[in-house]
Design a protein around this ligand. Structure first.
Ligand SMILES: Nc1ncnc2c1ncn2[C@@H]1O[C@H](COP(=O)(O)OP(=O)(O)OP(=O)(O)O)[C@@H](O)[C@H]1O
Ligand SMILES: Nc1ncnc2c1ncn2[C@@H]1O[C@H](COP(=O)(O)OP(=O)(O)OP(=O)(O)O)[C@@H](O)[C@H]1O
Ligand SMILES: [Mg+2]
Ligand SMILES: [Mg+2]
Lengths: 251, 251
């Protein structure tokens, strides 16, 4: 039965998608049957694996009750890794989500397929919208990628409040696995000032992901970083992060 | 009568807030009476000038018709620069916005105060939500900050579609002033590959903003970069960008 991990942060550009892709592929490389769910209408993580124009069926169809989850899930070129993709039509769903059932769509879908996987990783959009709420309601753990930057801290309290509220009302077992510091530049004043602040809110992973051009290159070549250049610094850091996640989620 | 400029991009972390703060302050330093409007419930640009806890009245009150725009605007410590701030309660407004009037709230408010300013700069959130729509409906020009990165390109077509749609239906005079390349690292393969793609969609400003630690430091010290370290590379780049905007928006 799968361990479900939401990759969430309402701040934009903190590394959610980069972390989702590489955590999911890293878990798969470790022999885990893994599902990557894209909950962002921007579909950045999906786009690494499939062109939006070739996506006949996607996450929106789940929310509109037009498809069964088993029909939406597809293979990827990576062994052990499957994808539940999204494209821009998911944004239209958001307008219809002031109803009581709305936060549970993903949890119900995950419930049907949980036994097919060891891990499910959910990429969230930069908002505390219905899609992030669905991910948190469906998850056992949350990982919060964030930068050692002022605006990254502005939103931490709000994210913590949302997680606490979902724990209290809907999903008592939701656990914050930790904050993953990403895009780290070495030895800046920022880093020394901001890291202690993050530690006040969430446990922080020992692994930091440093800033490096290979990350953007891997996205451009539509590969995970672990595939594109497994020997490069940031790939080794993601491998190390994957090991921390496996240790932290042992049942 | 003010020229109104929306700073928009639904991709997260592309430099909207950094650009909004420094464009607004740069215009003010050039002697223009300037208003910075924060349309992001995350309130990152507002937080440079005022603590959310000290904000009794803010953008949400406009949308809830609880306040007149003149009461929401406040002074900043920078001469010629005023602020219409937001905080997290703006997010609650989003749920009530499936009505016909919703896209016009900001335009109506701006209409009342346009003659008080030479420029109005609007910081948008990372979504094509009601707040970005309000900004585009209220604006004469759009500036699109973006990185030379793969995911920055994924969303360009969607943003262009939204702008075209608002031009066609609501605001025919809306003009794309250009794309501002931000957080540029020197001479990467990414940059050479991605810049031509951006140019297919939008005119690109001659000024590029390079990546540098001073930017994050200025946010941490709650100053514009132009104030924090006017001699540093990225500040000079922003000064140069401000000049391009002034030239491009001459009436
Ligand atoms: N370690 C890194 N080094 C260099 N660039 C990185 C690194 N991690 C992420 N990036 C780049 O930073 C940008 C933001 O990363 P990403 O898209 O993964 O963040 P996100 O949180 O998913 O953004 P959004 O909020 O828009 O969904 C991307 O262009 C990505 O290529
Ligand atoms: N030129 C630069 N050099 C270094 N860091 C930068 C630069 N521009 C922006 N940043 C940093 O990158 C992060 C994202 O910038 P910013 O918050 O301005 O983007 P945004 O588009 O407003 O994000 P969001 O989509 O969350 O609103 C911030 O932590 C900021 O300090
Ligand atoms: Mg993302
Ligand atoms: Mg911003």
């Amino acid at each position: 039965m799968a361990t479900v991990i939401a990759i969430a942060n309402q701040k934009g550009g903190e590394g959610k998608t980069t972390t989702s892709i590489n955590l999911a592929h890293g878990l798969a490389l470790e022999g885990n049957r893994t599902l990557l769910i894209d909950m962002d209408p921007q579909g950045n993580s999906s786009g690494i694996f499939i062109e939006p124009d070739h996506m006949e069926i996607s996450a929106a169809d789940l929310f509109l009750q037009k498809a069964d989850v088993n029909d939406v899930i597809q293979q990827t070129r990576y062994e052990n890794l499957e994808l539940l993709p999204s494209k821009i039509n998911l944004a239209e769903v958001e307008l219809g989500t002031v109803n009581v059932e709305a936060p549970y769509v993903l949890r119900d879908a995950v419930g049907k397929i949980r036994n097919n996987y060891d891990y499910i990783v959910i990429d969230c959009p930069p908002s505390l919208s219905i899609f992030t709420v669905n991910a948190l309601v469906a998850s056992d753990y949350v990982v919060v990628p964030l930068q050692a930057e002022k605006f990254s801290i502005d939103g931490i309290k709000g994210l913590q409040n949302t997680i606490e509220s979902i724990k209290r009302r809907i999903n008592p077992q939701l656990t914050i696995l930790g904050a993953l510091v990403t895009q780290l530049k070495p030895n800046t004043v920022l880093t020394k000032t901001i890291l202690p602040v993050i530690e006040n809110y969430f446990p922080v992973f020992e692994t930091f992901i440093s800033s490096g051009v290979a990350v953007g290159e891997s996205h451009l070549s539509k590969q995970s970083l672990l595939d594109y250049n497994p020997g490069i610094k940031q790939a080794k850091e993601y491998f190390s992060f994957v090991k921390e996640v496996i240790r932290g989620t042992k049942k």
